[in-house]
Write a protein that binds this ligand. Sequence first.
Ligand code: G3P
Ligand code: MG
Length: 368
Amino acid sequence: YSRFHTSAIRRNNPNEIAFVFDIDGVLIRGGQPIPQAKPTLELLKSLQVPFMLLTNGGGVTEHQRTQYLSKNLGTYLNPIQIVQSHTPFKTLTNAYRRVLVVGGPEDKARHAAISYGFQEVVIPADIVRADPSIWPFHKYTAEQLDQWGDKSVNVADKPFDAIFVFNDPRDMGSDLQIILDLLNSENGYLGTKRNLEKLEDRSKPAIPIYFSNNDLLWANEYKLSRLGQGAFRICVERLYQELNEVDKLEDTIIGKPNVLTYDYVHNALIDWRLKILANNDLVYHPQELTQVVPQLGEKPQNSPFKKVYMIGDNPASDIQGANNYGWESCLVKTGVYQDSDFHNLTVKPTHIVDNVYEAITTVLKTNQ
Ligand code: G3P
Ligand code: MG
């Protein structure tokens, strides 16, 4: 990396630029760190340039995710430096009391939802454990249901207030069935069915459903891009339409490229900048910090940044979202996007680069 001379950059970020990094396909791919990730983050730390991670992935707490990333990438990241697909759901804990949380490994999304402050969190494993005939073809083993399913949950005695899809489903069949049961229920009571004839607006489900990302595709170690939560959302919507003889399901979708998610991460980035200006040591050492949580849809006030660069591998999510939001963007070739896709590229990033290190060095040179 010697071709880039850090000394050429004035310290303390006089140009007030900041970076927001996507994770899968930019810093990590299929569980393996992308080699340029560590030097990239370490260079920005040394230059005191603030950065955040913004991923459409999730399923675990921000603490667990940054712990894993810090270890895997070999450089420390604070839990308030990450916005996962479901992090903005933190802002909805007062709106809904009893929620179904879907997706992610084991029962980890339950713990993420509880850490946000949701009062009563039920996951599909609780429901399958209580009555496996709800989806007789489920793929949980008895041990998994025992471990992940909470037997103290009485699934039918109280109504559900909302459904939150935190991450890609791990047992898509049972997740689909349970979600559709609730969308079509009598006021959120599992095991009941509302009367279609009496409905004024069939596109409105019995309880609201929130999807945390809309990625049709994402990149892992397989040679082709894989179907993501966006594909699952299409399945839920299509089945709802069929069952309700209607052409729409009213739902809410956050995550990149949605502006709600960009507002959220922008607010979090402003907060992080203030914290590191007060104490730059935070970028190197674990410290328990409280993020100032903005409201969903709250526009950042007085952003100090002249330019914010989103570094991503997915044109439809990272780049589209940044462009819509008025941010700059760099598209890397280490994930979803490959050179051969160039002719189909409908969104235009500020820069197209080989990898994340080339992204930041190009940007730093441009802003010198
Ligand atoms: O499931 C994760 C995937 O949809 C995208 O993750 O980090 O590339 O936004 P990321
Ligand atoms: Mg990505």
